[in-house]
Design a protein around this ligand. Structure first.
Ligand code: S3P
Length: 181
């Protein structure tokens, strides 16, 4: 549970590939009148490359370096600005200890969009822009590896349903009233 005095102006949605982070973050931000920042979009804007291009041309370590750099920027902007933000992280962002530590230092509130692996598989099988979705076995293994990081989030909501339902559950957590947007 988060402490009462943690500034709630930086909410980050985490979860595995296909858990609906970007869609839910966009909807949530709109309902709250907050800004939505999508970390993958920041990465593609900064590099002028798509996520698959970054992985194929430069490899995952370079992707993680850029991801961390962009997360630092997003966090820095949030500290400087009074504007509240909802950030959709990438599926692997908080499994990098340095990123999790940064978010913890900043006082960001982490919400895990939890979804059954079978549903995640169905959602990701039809989309081709995820370089870490190779086959079912490696997908399941990666999910298992990442569970401890997701479980360290402050809150979890079920994201197996419609995005609007996910947002309803986040709003029902009761963590927003004290935020100055
Ligand atoms: C990744 C998930 C992707 C993207 C990149 C790496 C991961 O984001 O950041 O392909 O490590 O799980 P989504 O979770 O939005 O698909």
């Amino acid at each position: 549970m988060i402490s009462e005095n943690r500034p709630r102006k930086l909410i980050c949605l985490t979860g595995f590939m296909g858990s609906g982070k970007s869609t839910a973050a966009g909807l949530l931000a709109r309902q709250l009148g907050w800004q939505h920042v999508d970390l993958d979009k920041r990465i593609t804007d900064a590099t002028s490359l798509s996520i698959p291009e970054i992985f194929s041309r430069m490899g995952e370590p370079e992707f993680r370096r850029v991801e961390h750099e962009q997360l630092r920027r997003v966090v820095g902007e949030s500290l400087e600005s009074q504007k509240a933000r909802v950030v959709s992280l990438g599926g692997g962002t908080i499994s990098q200890p340095v990123n999790l530590a940064l978010l913890r230092e900043t006082g960001a509130v982490l919400i895990w969009l939890q979804c059954p692996i079978e549903e995640l598989l169905l959602r990701c099988a039809t989309v081709t822009d995820r370089p870490l979705f190779r086959d079912e076995t490696s997908f399941r293994m990666l999910y298992q590896q990442r569970l401890p990081a997701y479980e360290s989030a402050d809150y979890r909501v079920d994201s197996s349903g419609e995005p609007a339902r996910v947002v309803e559950q986040i709003l029902a957590l009761g963590i927003f009233p004290r935020v100055v947007a």
